[in-house]
Design a protein around this ligand. Structure first.
Ligand code: ATP
Length: 402
């Protein structure tokens, strides 16, 4: 039997992964099939608390007692009083029946009703609290197709520490990163000299280590010095896989896309430090929190060929990554007056150009080589601005070197 859980937390506390962590030991006697799953879904939906994550697990020797254990834990820990928390638990016999739902939950915005219908038509069970929106994520996490996957080790705090300042020794995190990157990633933001493994919210998570290989993850874990850890759980996840990205031009609000195109409007900046440009006529944004990444966007020019990745909201692609494919090397400018060493002025459409100083004329614009301050290649937002699902360059570049 598969068990999926979602929407138990709020900005004030809790984390759905913790509820699963709390029942793991009790479920052990019913035989757990594999690693618990931490599945991220559509990162653009408006009502997520943080990273739109849900959890799932498969129990081999199913017993009704498991149901009781899970439901009791959800009732005990879920932030039921929060107006945005709508927990859902799903029990399903066959994860294949939720495969398509998972794919849709990554790209679209689904309704509770359609998920209820699907669960009923599969003769599975769900338990929803309040508006029961959590059944969407719970059922989708069960259906996750982990053809590409990574891991995250989550270390939890003792309950009496929740809401207090975390102690994680920064130097030890830099050291752990040095020892294990790129097999682990997003431990630190080197350019901004900060650690990014620990959340700022008052939830039970002390820190999380993400990576491709559990051995390196545990090596990093052993290296990090911190306050005493209550427990740790290794999750298998779809994080860092670009599972949310569809290839092609943006079609749907709240979808995530990657497409190749030409820069059709030069980058410009608005107050607040947000940088915009257009690719194939689609507005693309590098918002202020993407920090140095904006410098790459600022240096692009009309006519450059790029591949852009991002979430599509309000007719704007919020950039997660850019791959510069080809930079424009020449630019058409007004012709030069060799006598005055000045660019001539246009006399109007198809009327040629004239030197303002000496009156000499030329008919055509000329092509000049331009110095570019950016090179072809991949660029990504810093770890602090990264979507959980976005595939980091650490992974992309490792694959390419194989
Ligand atoms: P955390 O990452 O800390 O667990 P969260 O960001 O996952 O928090 P939730 O509290 O789980 O936020 O809220 C997300 C809600 O959105 C859940 O109820 C989930 O079932 C629902 N949901 C997830 N994906 C979709 C989707 N594609 N369409 C509609 N609802 C969705």
């Amino acid at each position: 039997m598969w068990i999926g859980i979602d929407d138990t937390d709020s900005r004030k506390g809790m984390c759905t992964t913790f509820i699963l962590a709390e029942v793991l030991e009790e479920l052990e006697k019913f035989k757990i099939a594999s690693f618990p799953r931490l599945i991220r879904l559509n990162p653009n939906i408006p009502f997520k608390t943080r990273g739109n994550g849900a959890v799932a697990i498969e129990v081999l020797n199913w017993d009704e007692e498991c149901k009781e254990i899970i439901l009791n834990a959800v009732e005990e820990y879920a932030e039921m009083d929060d107006e945005n928390t709508h927990p859902g638990v799903v029990f399903a016999k066959n994860s294949e029946n939720y495969r398509e739902l998972y794919h849709r939950a990554l790209h679209e915005v689904l309704s509770v009703d359609e998920v209820r219908e699907l669960i009923s038509s599969n003769k599975d069970e769900y338990y929803g609290f309040k508006k029961m929106r959590g059944i969407i994520g719970a059922a989708s996490a069960i259906g996750a197709n982990l053809s590409d996957y990574t891991y995250e080790l989550l270390a939890y705090r003792f309950p009496e520490k929740w809401g207090t300042k975390r102690f994680v020794d920064e130097e030890s995190v830099f050291k752990a990163d040095e020892m294990t990157f790129p097999k682990t990633w997003d431990n630190v933001d080197k350019e901004n000299r900060e650690i990014v493994i620990a959340p700022n919210s008052p939830d039970p998570v002390l820190f999380g280590i993400r990576g491709d290989d559990p051995a390196y993850i545990f090596l990093a874990y052993q290296t990090i010095k911190s306050e005493e850890i209550y427990k740790e759980v290794l999750f298998i996840t779809n994080q860092g896989t670009d599972a949310h990205i569809e290839r092609g031009m943006p079609q749907r609000e709240f979808g995530s896309y990657a497409f190749i195109g030409e820069v059709t409007c030069e980058p410009y900046e608005i107050p607040g430090g947000h940088v915009f440009m257009e690719v194939n006529g689609i507005k693309c944004a590098a918002f202020e929190p993407t920090k140095q990444f904006r410098n790459v966007v600022r240096k692009l020019k009309k006519g450059d060929l790029v591949e852009v990745y991002g979430g599509f909201k309000k007719n704007t692609l919020n950039l997660e990554k850019i791959r510069i494919l080809k930079l424009k090397e020449f630019e058409e400018v007004n012709p030069l007056c060799e006598y005055c060493n000045k660019r001539m002025e246009s006399m109007g459409r198809n009327k040629g150009f004239r030197c303002k100083k000496c009156g000499r004329r030329k008919m055509k614009r000329e092509s000049v080589r331009i110095e570019r301050e950016v090179s072809p290649g991949f660029y990504e937002v810093p770890p602090s601005a990264r979507r959980h699902l976005a595939k980091p360059l650490a992974r992309i570049l490792q694959e390419r070197s194989l």
